[in-house]
Write a protein of this length. Structure first.
Length: 324
């Protein structure tokens, strides 16, 4: 693989010691997710910098793996996804580095195809004007029709109108949104850190609102803000103050998202999706591109578990199905 720089990818893996009650695929475990990230890192031509940002007590089996492969940084003021995310951004922004350095901000419940990070680095090298990348998501922006509000194309990902760039086996298109697992250049982090940290306080789907804001789109609808400030009848009285405070934070975010054209970012998404958020299937199901539909994620999970055991990472595979 040819890259525009010999500097390694810097991976910030943000992990919570516990878990939640979300429905998950039967092969899900955080140890499997960790192994999948390490497998993708192992496929890079230049070894990446791996930093494990840990919130709360980490199970010994995961902690031992992290100690083998990278640096461990405990979260100082954690307890929530937003808190650890905001701390990570502030700490990373305080580091020195080159503007074109590429960072991968990773949550702890994703499954990676083996070449996911290699494709990310190749895409960033081939598209030097881009600052944000996602490997997950299928909603695409209609670039020609969008103004202050993003217009979503009916076709998933890169399908449909030809608004994409092919780099190797991946078509990069203008993505509407993603989660808080994404790629970012150090230049964009430096310029946007205030916006990124503020939007993490706005509640609800703050990751989606962040994606709109960095691209210069309105992050919240007027109807959404009215519901925040007038929650009467929708939520119990005890939750009215929280709703109003959330509305105030969202209103305060609007000037931050009013970006001049030269400061609007492009969020580029990969087609196919190269990572899977290991949650139960969406209801209703997301529309996936033909490229993404070809991926057998259960097989990826099984192959990842096999790779993990070959590398001394104890991902258990009962009855041929991987579980950690």
């Amino acid at each position: 693989m040819t890259t525009a720089t010999s500097r390694p990818l810097r991976v910030l893996h943000r992990s919570y010691g516990g878990d939640n009650a979300k429905p998950r695929p039967e092969y899900y475990s955080k140890l499997l997710a960790l192994a999948a990230l390490l497998r993708a890192a192992d496929a890079l031509d230049v070894a990446p910098e791996l930093v494990f940002i840990n919130d709360g007590h980490m199970p010994d089996e995961r902690l031992r793996v992290m100690e083998r492969f990278g640096e461990i940084v405990p979260v100082r003021r954690g307890g929530s996804d937003a808190n650890s995310y905001r701390e990570m951004l502030a700490d990373e922004n305080a580091r020195t580095g080159e503007p074109d350095d590429l960072l991968w901000l990773a949550e702890d419940d994703y499954l990676y195809v083996p070449d996911a990070l290699r494709q990310l680095v190749a895409g960033a090298a081939a598209l030097p004007g881009a600052d944000y990348f996602t490997l997950y998501g299928s909603r695409a922006i209609d670039v020609e029709r969008s103004g202050r509000h993003a217009i979503i194309r009916p076709e998933p990902a890169a399908e449909g109108t030809g608004q994409y760039v092919e780099v190797g086996d991946v078509a990069w298109y203008r993505a509407a949104s993603t989660t808080s697992t994404f790629g970012i250049t150090r230049r964009a982090l430096s310029d946007d850190v205030r916006l990124l940290r503020h939007f993490a306080l706005t509640g609800g789907a703050w990751d989606s609102a962040t994606c709109k804001a960095i691209q210069g789109f309105a992050p919240f609808s007027g109807q959404r803000l009215r519901r925040d400030f007038l929650p009467f009848g929708e939520v119990p009285p005890a939750r009215w103050p929280k709703s109003i405070v959330r509305g105030a934070l969202r209103v305060a975010s609007i000037p931050v998202s009013m970006r001049r054209p030269q400061r609007r970012r492009a969020l580029l998404g990969s087609d196919p999706e190269l990572i899977l958020h290991m949650e139960a299937p969406d209801d209703p199901p997301r529309r996936l591109s033909a490229r993404t539909q070809k991926i057998d994620w259960a097989a990826v999970a099984a192959e990842t578990a096999e790779w993990a055991n070959d590398h001394g990472i104890p991902v258990v595979i009962p009855s041929g199905r991987p579980r950690g």
